[in-house]
Design a protein around this ligand. Sequence first.
Ligand code: GDP
Ligand code: MN
Length: 343
Amino acid sequence: SSKSTDKLPFDVPDYIDPNYARENATFISLARNEDLWELVPAIRSVEDRFNSKYKYDWVFLNEEPFSVEFKTVMTSLVSGEAKFGLIPKEHWSFPDWIDTDKAAQTREDMKNIIYGSSISYRHMCRFESGFFFHHELMQNYKYYWRVEPSTKLYCDVNFDVFKFMRENNKDYGFTISIHEFEATIKTLWSETKKFVAANPQYVAEDNFMNFISDNNGETYNLCHFWTNFEVANMDFWRGEAYQAYFQHLEKAGGFFYERWGDAPVHSIAASLFLPQDRIHFFEEIGYFHGPYHHCPINDEIRNKNKCMCKPGDDFTWQDYSCTRKYYDVKGLAKPLGWEKHTG
Ligand code: GDP
Ligand code: MN
């Protein structure tokens, strides 16, 4: 019948040329099967705001096999190809040089700190620090965009983020930066200093040390990029400097003897081993990961991109954020009225 050729009202328009030259890039989500219904709205918002136009692939990783339900639902949501991978055991377990009694004692001692008593959280942080970019499903890609359950995109993203990264020589992009809990990383900075002293050749000339240290590297100021949103070039993680740094941290054992997060690890590495102009703040990408919002305070950006957030909720210019420091160290002009959002 003629009905079958009618365009249904819910047909998604082709926003871009079907022959559009995508970048070598993918989304990536690490998740458990039980994260399914928290991940669904996060993915839907990324698809609605960005990916339905560009159709990049989406890699899902888990240390357990994904359920049929998880795979079916995700495949239906993603406009690019959805791929599901199992994490190899050695990327999600205690390395043999780790003293598991000492690690257990740490979990006992840290039980009053968020995730302090968790084994799985430590495996997760170690995996996100050192292994996701080695997974076989990630090998054919260069750039990735990390998406977590319960996150939201607040604005349309009307440009190809991955193309932006390549064309502007960016290796690391973020939306929220913040201070770390000192108790989780007590020896991360001293281990970093040891590594740098032994390997000074890896430190970039025009680095971003002044973002992570207020005294030229003597102490860490706890600033880091929040890695629950992360757009980056895996060549950096796979490269010699980061590989050597990660191996040093692995041997030091702080993923298990403390509770080192992938966020301070990635951020310290990017700030020391990359020239600072390779690090980028996506001001126009409104984003939420509990409890913090990045809501562009610039009215023009919000209106142009149909943002769905209250600028009064913005975290970016508050004291606990580090993004003000990002602007100051880079010598960038802050958006008009930022002082009104410092509370
Ligand atoms: P938070 O953002 O630091 O509070 O930590 P999350 O609970 O959001 O975990 C960070 C990311 O790792 C999310 O994408 C989670 O879905 C994922 N994740 C956390 N723990 C596990 C785990 O034990 N197994 C798997 N497969 N994914 C996990
Ligand atoms: Mn999270």
